[in-house]
Write a protein that binds this ligand. Structure first.
Ligand SMILES: [Zn+2]
Length: 274
C-alpha cells in the first residue's frame, strides 16, 4: 500500500517483446502483444478496463513460462530486492523479498514478464489469494497498483479497535476521508491482502502498547497520553512507513477516544504494579 516508480520505461518493456518476436514462435503475436502493453500503461493495469488477450493455449503457456526463465535476471532481481522499501507495498507487512504479478499470469499471460506488472511483495502476498484474484465482484474492486495509484502514498487505511477492549477485535478499514471509488478499492484490497500474521502483529501491538507508554511518559494524564499517541503515530509513519501495519494501528488508536481511555487505564495499572 504505497506508490513506487515504474521500474522501467515503456521502451524498456516493449524492447523485450521486440527481442522475443525475433523468434517465429512469438512473431505472429507481436502487434497485439505490444498493443496489450500500451493498453496496460494507459489504464494503469486496471482489470476493469480491459480483458485478457485471447490467445491459443500453446502461446498462453509459452508466455506464462517466460517468467520462470527470467525471475533471476538482473532486471527482475532489482525489482525484488529494492533496498529503499521498508514494507511490503501490497500489504504493509515489514517483510519483502518476493515478486508479485499485479495481474496474475494464469489469466493475463501476456503480462508475465512485463516489469510494470511485477511488484515487490512479501511471500504471503505472492502465495495467498492475491495470486489468483485480481478484481472483485463489484466494479472498482481491485488491488491498489503500486506503480499507477500514486494516491496510495498518503494514508489509505487504519485499524479500527472494537470493544470490549479487554478482548478487543480489530477491523482494517479505509481512512475516513477517502472518497469513492477509492474507498471500495481499498476495502477490497484490505480484505484480500491481510492475513493471520497481520492479526497476530496487531493483537501484540494492542497488548503491549501501554508498556511502551510507561517507558516514554512521566506524566500519565489523559492529555499527555493523547499527545504521545499522536507522536507515536508519526514515528510509526516515518520509521515503518505511512501504510505499514504499525502506522495503521496507531491511526486507529488515535481516532478512538474509548480505546485511548482503556489504554490509559492499563497504563495506570501497569505502573502501579511495577
Ligand atoms: Zn505483502
Amino acid at each position: 500500500m504505497r506508490s513506487l516508480p515504474v521500474p522501467t520505461s515503456a521502451d524498456g518493456d516493449d524492447s523485450e517483446i521486440e527481442a522475443l518476436c525475433r523468434d517465429p514462435i512469438f512473431a505472429p503475436g507481436r502487434q497485439e502483444w505490444l498493443a496489450a502493453y500500451a493498453a496496460y500503461r494507459a489504464v494503469g493495469g486496471n482489470p476493469w478496463a480491459f480483458d485478457p488477450l485471447y490467445v491459443d493455449s500453446d502461446l498462453h503457456h509459452r508466455r506464462y513460462d517466460l517468467y520462470d526463465g527470467r525471475k533471476n535476471s538482473p532486471e527482475l532481481k532489482a525489482i525484488r530486492d529494492n533496498k529503499q522499501l521498508k514494507y511490503c507495498p501490497m500489504c504493509g507487512s515489514p517483510v519483502i523479498g518476493s515478486l508479485d504479478h499485479y495481474l496474475p499470469r494464469t489469466t493475463y499471460s501476456e503480462f508475465s514478464i512485463m516489469r510494470a506488472n511485477l511488484v515487490p511483495a512479501c511471500m504471503h502476498c505472492n502465495s495467498s489469494t492475491k495470486g489468483k484474484t485480481y478484481r472483485g465482484e463489484a466494479e472498482h474492486e481491485r488491488f491498489i497498483h503500486p506503480y499507477f495509484d500514486a494516491w496510495a502514498n498518503g494514508p489509505v487505511w487504519q485499524v479500527e479497535i472494537d470493544a470490549p477492549y479487554s478482548a478487543a477485535t480489530f477491523r482494517p478499514v479505509p481512512t475516513p476521508d477517502l472518497g469513492e471509488p477509492r474507498r471500495s478499492l481499498v476495502q477490497f484490497h484490505l480484505r484480500n491482502v491481510l492475513g493471520k500474521q497481520f492479526m497476530i502483529s496487531t493483537v501484540n501491538l494492542w497488548a503491549t502498547y501501554h508498556e511502551t507508554l510507561a517507558v516514554n511518559l512521566d506524566d500519565y494524564a489523559l492529555d499527555a497520553v493523547i499527545a504521545r499517541i499522536g507522536k507515536d503515530r508519526k514515528i510509526a509513519e516515518i520509521t515503518a512507513g505511512t501504510n505499514s501495519w504499525s502506522a495503521a494501528f496507531m491511526r486507529g488508536l488515535q481516532a478512538s477516544g474509548p480505546a485511548i481511555v482503556h489504554v490509559r487505564m492499563k497504563l495506570l495499572e501497569f505502573v502501579e504494579n511495577a
